[in-house]
Design a protein around this ligand. Structure first.
Ligand code: DX5
Ligand code: ZN
Length: 224
């Protein structure tokens, strides 16, 4: 186990998800989110196979890169993500998260992400137990616990995920890993997820579903 105290795990992070944006105004939205105090931008890539929805990919992400210095947190909800990792790194991803259910070769995937110079992350669907991560804990910088079944924004937080978040926090055991939650995060559920041990909050509709002039206050409230 590595117990490296570093700035990576310091403080709480709010990562607005662009999935809830007005896609005809993405560029403006990125700038507004930066001005509103977002810590990261969460980019939900969906392939219509791993999840029953198609969102956007590299051709949408790459032109956003010059608009902001915010870290791009790329959540790949795609089958066989290893095929596309270098494309996302080239498009400007800072963090690349793959689903453990979407690859036959998690260990190789995480190595590839690190070799590309990005932070390696792994995401778990609600029904996937945390034990699958036991052998990669020293290879990951981020663990994302899905608090909805992935594929769509605006779903309700699954409260049964709270003990899973606590168990994951205990399993991390001081390692320099951020524990991220994604799905149904709002003013009511964020404090529950934080109390369970999450330190990184993804929020789509709770921020971008509301008027842009309120984004700054909403981000602050979620951060707690
Ligand atoms: C869902 C995505 C989420 C989504 C969250 O599959 O991974 O990042 O944007 O949206 P809200 O916050 O509306 O649940
Ligand atoms: Zn996501």
């Amino acid at each position: 186990m590595t117990k490296t105290p570093n700035s990576w795990t310091r403080g709480r992070v709010v990562a607005p998800s662009l999935l809830a944006a007005d896609f005809s105004r993405l560029a403006e939205c990125v700038v507004q989110l930066q001005n509103a105090g977002a810590d990261w931008l969460h980019l939900d890539v969906m392939d219509g196979c791993f999840v029953p929805n198609i969102s956007f990919g590299v051709p949408v992400i790459a032109p956003l890169r010059p608009l902001t210095d915010l870290p791009f947190d790329c959540h790949l909800m795609i089958d066989n993500p290893e095929t596309y990792l270098s494309d996302f790194a080239d498009a400007g991803a800072d963090h690349i998260l793959v689903h453990v259910e979407a690859t036959h070769h998690l260990n190789r995937c995480l190595e590839m992400i690190a070799d590309l110079g990005c932070k390696a992350g792994v995401a778990l669907n609600p029904a996937t137990p945390i034990d699958v991560l036991d052998h990669v804990l020293d290879q990951v910088s981020l663990i994302l616990i899905m608090t909805v079944n992935p594929g769509f924004g605006g779903q309700s937080f699954i409260h049964a995920m709270l003990p899973k978040i606590s168990a994951m926090r205990a399993r991390i055991d001081g390692r320099p890993i951020r524990l991220e939650v994604d799905g149904g995060i709002n003013v009511e559920t964020a404090p529950l997820a934080i109390a369970a041990g999450a330190d990184t909050l993804v929020a789509g509709s709770a921020i971008l579903g509301e008027a842009p002039e309120t984004w700054g206050a909403r981000i602050k409230t979620l951060r707690g």
